[in-house]
Design a protein around this ligand. Structure first.
Ligand code: AMP
Ligand code: MG
Length: 404
């Protein structure tokens, strides 16, 4: 096993020691990597990451402090797509054509799942009042994975929630009034994902209910990250970071071949110092759903001045924003689409149910790798999958951590 480098100064050393909750087995190896694929996923070259400076991003990419002085062929690129700012950094592997290919792919995906564009596949399905609609193969692929995760999570992630989320989106854009209970109840009556029919042979989707609507916002960015990872794998890229509005994918390794380190936002002050860091990451998605992304603030429009903030993750059982003490839910998984959808589902399911479900390993068939999670709750507790022990560090002293 590699011996961690000595921290540069004693303050850094203290901070690092406080942050790292390392656990070793009898032979001194970190406990997490249980299978060969896990071993690759969480590289055990932990020592290399210990001295590195934390830099903020969105479940923020904590790239190496040394990166800034490396010579790059090209600056990272950021553009708007999928309703958010998408940033890709190919570091020294970056070329104009690689960036071009990646952003063209993002535009292609946006054209399928964009709810505000009438020409998108999703809007055509939603306008069809239950009739079958021909859609792109990528759309079939995403919807079929969405339906699988909806089944496994018993509808906590619900791709047929569009009629309800539309009410919240309209409230945000057009009114200063939260949807009424009656409006929500009426919309919820048309949100049964089990009625959706997918015909893979014919390439069609049928909602099976004239009033029902799809919303794939909680999985589309994950699919986009998977698609970018495919391009990167074909493009001789050694290391890259992809940030799709806080949905992160880390590809390969850093230039010095050490794995990536990310921070998870403090949900109470999302622009500030991250609450926790996760190190040892390689070829994986790290997706966070948090209360700080909102649909709507009523009253004065300022939650600090008495307005009420309505975050954007809806509990399909009530039609209202999930209210179970979860402030953010992060999922780490090789399959980014699964990480995305599961993050939303776990947020709705709450801490106990989510960790129990992960413990049962219920996701192997859909997730292409065991998902791990980190929840932050309104009692200032961080709960993390045991598989992250040794790789996760509390950055802010306000929080206490336990593993499950
Ligand atoms: P995410 O940021 O990945 O958690 O996705 C949140 C978005 O997914 C929201 O803005 C809604 O459009 C949609 N959404 C909200 N709640 C759910 C849910 N329970 N199941 C599926 N999609 C949801
Ligand atoms: Mg999601």
């Amino acid at each position: 096993m590699m011996v961690p480098k000595k921290p540069a100064d004693s303050r850094q050393k203290r901070r690092t020691e406080r942050a790292m909750c390392r656990k070793s087995d009898a032979s001194g190896n970190p406990v997490f990597p249980r299978t060969n694929s896990d071993r690759r996923f969480f590289s055990v070259r932990m020592g290399k990451t210990r001295n590195r400076k934390i830099i903020a991003a969105a479940a923020l990419i904590l790239s190496a402090g040394t990166m800034s002085c490396e010579k790059r062929q090209r600056e990272p690129e950021s553009r708007e797509a999928l309703g958010t700012v998408c940033s890709v950094n190919l570091y020294e592997s970056g070329t104009e054509s690689k960036y071009g290919k990646i952003f063209a792919r993002l535009d292609e995906i946006d054209a399928l799942f964009n709810l505000s564009s009438p020409a998108s596949d999703i809007s055509r399905v939603n306008a069809a009042r239950g009739a079958p609609v021909e859609v792109a193969p990528d759309f079939i692929k995403v919807l079929s994975e969405a339906l699988e995760i909806a089944r496994v999570t018993e509808g906590a992630f619900n791709p047929a929630l569009g009629s309800v989320t539309e009410l919240w989106r309209n409230a945000k854009i057009h009114t200063d009034r939260i949807p009424s209970k009656t409006e929500i109840r009426n919309a919820l009556a048309h949100a049964d994902f089990r009625k959706i029919r997918l015909d893979e042979q014919a390439g069609t989707v049928c909602m099976g209910d004239a009033e029902a609507k799809l919303d794939l916002n909680a999985i589309a960015k994950g699919f986009a990250a998977d698609s970018i990872a495919e391009i990167l794998a074909q493009g001789n890229v050694k290391g890259a970071t992809v940030n799709l509005g806080g949905h992160i994918y880390v590809f390969g390794t850093k230039k010095d071949r050490s794995p990536w380190k990310l921070g998870i936002k403090n949900p109470n002050a999302p622009e500030g110092i991250p609450a926790v860091s996760i190190s040892g990451l390689q070829d994986t998605a790290v997706v966070t759903s948090g209360i700080y992304d909102g649909f709507f603030t009523n009253g004065s429009g300022d939650k600090n001045a008495g307005g009420v903030f309505f975050h954007h993750i809806i509990d399909p059982a009530t039609g209202f924003p999930a209210d179970n003490g979860i402030l953010s839910m992060t999922v780490v998984c090789r399959n980014a689409a699964a990480a995305d959808a599961l993050g939303t589902a776990f947020f709705v399911m709450g801490k106990e149910k989510s960790f129990a479900m992960m413990g049962e390993g219920a996701f192997d068939p859909v997730a292409g790798g065991r998902p791990l999670a980190v929840s932050i709750t309104n009692d200032a507790r961080i709960s993390a999958s045991r598989g992250l022990e040794g790789y996760i560090g509390v950055v802010l002293n306000d929080y206490t951590i336990s593993f499950r």
